[in-house]
Design a protein around this ligand. Structure first.
Ligand SMILES: [Zn+2]
Ligand SMILES: [Zn+2]
Length: 537
């Protein structure tokens, strides 16, 4: 109750007065305008003028920015539709990083620096983290693969014994195509069947309406580990799928939660394989997690490792330095009898459906694939008490489970996390895998293979833009990619107007644009043609 509201007003009246900014945000949402725009400085090299331009945040999540999430979902749908029944081989060339990619990477670097500074000052980094996350996705979408920080490739040579064994599956000779077979009907028509596959994780105990019948025997630890390593299992599935199919299978997949909180996968696959083979591949696919054992809790409660500069984490009683991540892996390699920490497999429920291009079925699958895209895994739940308790137990099981080599939870098991730094404590990992909204799955929600469509998500965006320009009758104006130079705006820059002002400006622009589009539409329809001409004259 420290807010400096006008105390003269009765409390009820004060509460009924929404903050102006909230109202503006609602208006922005109604007009489909981004509510968390990122201000950027833009130099127009034709005029030499710098301007501050708001760029949409591009968040795929409703909870952050509903208008951007909706736009993102529409783009994903278009992308999914375009690649599923592709008839010609996509032409993918690893192009030079273009202007946009270079800019994104630079911007990403600047944002990282800002974020690190905020962290050093003890400031909240949530917004910057979100921005970085969004930028990483943009960068990937812009055709650069992997992580910008250039994930250092470890020099350690793991023993071959630790490699994942190739499962026992038929292997076809690889054909250099990404397209599936076609079938010629007697009437001469060509059919190009594709697949819609749903893969789930195994049972962890009986559930009723998504909630464990007996929470005490429900295998929460296994459910937690399966969720943490689910993305690796998907990678393996794709590898095996390509090996068996004998062609460069392309896919568009989304990861979604089941009611019981386990992630599952919907995958549109271009081309077709026999159902039985898909089931065989799913059954034979597994991923072994070769991480140190977490069977023994070494440090907990008040008894926690302490940090010493130059040495790393030590045992508080003996002063002994704990093994580093690399040392722990070396020990694991040297141990002939070592077992993987975990093995992930799919469950028995494998759903395979054949789909033909342009059918109602295909449309329904695309809607299904994108249904939950704007929600985080945890947000899709209905939230009854029983389910909330289930979520709480699941999050509890995730609390001390190491989510990655850098997870502070390794300290609990007597190992220094990779890239250990001061201030780490078990149970205090900030990675999203441990959070109720993500339920162990911190991976990407949309997985699109590189040769799915001929386009990246950015190009799909440009498609829409050229459509608009065409509708506006300006399509003949070539877009010069070198016209503008973009720079980030330092936090707290006095030239950036207040958010409410910027949002209203965007709303006005949107209205103007809509009115213009409507007018063009009216003209195209030939309705009231003379009146329109009369006004324009
Ligand atoms: Zn937005
Ligand atoms: Zn963690």
């Amino acid at each position: 109750m420290t807010h400096a509201h006008d105390r003269a007003l009765p409390r009820a009246v004060r509460l009924a007065m929404p903050l102006a900014q909230d109202v503006v945000k609602e208006v922005a949402k109604l007009h489909g305008v981004c509510i968390r725009p990122v201000p950027l400085k833009r130099l127009d090299t034709y005029t030499g003028k710098w301007e501050i331009i708001d760029v949409p945040c591009g968040s795929p999540m409703d909870s952050k920015c509903p208008p951007c999430a909706q736009r993102n979902k529409q783009l994903r749908k278009a992308q999914c539709r375009e690649g599923w029944h592709l008839e010609e081989e996509p032409t993918i060339t690893p192009d030079e990083p273009n202007e946009e990619q270079r800019w994104l990477v630079e911007f990403r670097a600047d944002t990282q620096a800002q974020r690190d500074e905020a962290e050093r000052n003890g400031d909240d980094t949530t917004d910057l983290d979100t921005l970085i996350e969004g930028l990483d996705e943009e960068i990937n979408a812009a055709g650069m693969r992997g992580n910008v920080l250039g994930r250092a490739v470890s020099k350690r040579s793991r023993s071959t014994r630790r490699r994942q064994d190739a499962p026992d599956l038929p292997k076809r000779k690889m054909a250099h195509t990404t397209l599936g077979r076609t079938f010629q009907a007697p009437d001469g028509r060509t059919y190009r069947p594709s697949l819609f596959v749903t893969l789930t994780l195994p049972s962890y105990g009986k559930v009723n309406n998504g909630v464990p019948v007996d929470p005490d025997t429900y295998d929460y630890p296994r459910a937690a580990r399966d969720a943490l390593h689910f993305s690796k299992l998907i990678d393996r599935f794709v590898q095996n799928l390509r090996r068996v199919a004998g062609f460069d299978v392309q896919y568009f997949a989304t990861v979604e939660p089941q009611k019981r909180l386990a992630p599952h996968l919907h995958m549109a696959i271009r081309g077709t394989l026999p159902r039985a083979e898909i089931k065989q591949i799913a059954a034979a696919t597994y991923h072994q997690v070769w991480w140190p054992s977490v069977d023994d809790v070494v440090f907990e409660g008040e008894h926690l490792p302490i940090w010493q500069d130059g040495a790393g984490y030590l045992d508080p009683h003996t002063g002994e330095v704990l093994p580093t991540w690399d040392e722990a892996l070396d020990q694991l390699d040297a141990d002939e009898d070592a077992e993987p920490l975990h093995v992930v497999r799919f469950g028995d429920q494998v759903d395979v459906k054949g789909v033909l291009a342009g059918t109602k079925d295909a449309d329904q699958c695309i809607r299904y694939l994108s249904k939950y895209l704007t929600k985080s895994l945890g947000e899709t739940l209905d939230g009854g008490q029983a389910q909330q308790d289930h979520v709480a137990r699941f999050v509890d099981a995730l609390r001390y489970e190491p989510c990655s080599p850098t997870c502070p939870n390794w300290l609990r098991y007597g190992i220094q996390p990779k890239n250990a730094k001061p201030g780490m404590a078990p149970g205090r990992c900030r990675s999203k895998a441990h959070k109720p909204e993500h339920l162990g799955y911190a991976g990407r929600r949309v997985l699109v293979s590189r040769k799915w469509s001929n386009k990246t998500l950015t190009e799909h965006k440009q498609d829409r833009r050229s459509w608009v320009l065409e509708a506006l009758g300006r399509a003949d104006q070539p877009i010069d990619p070198h016209r503008y130079v973009w720079r980030p705006v330092p936090a707290g820059d006095a030239n950036v107007p207040p958010l409410a002002v910027r949002l209203l400006r965007s709303v006005r622009e949107r209205q103007r644009w809509r009115a213009h589009m409507a007018e063009l539409q009216a003209r195209a329809d030939g309705q009231d043609l003379s009146a329109t001409e009369g006004r324009a004259a």
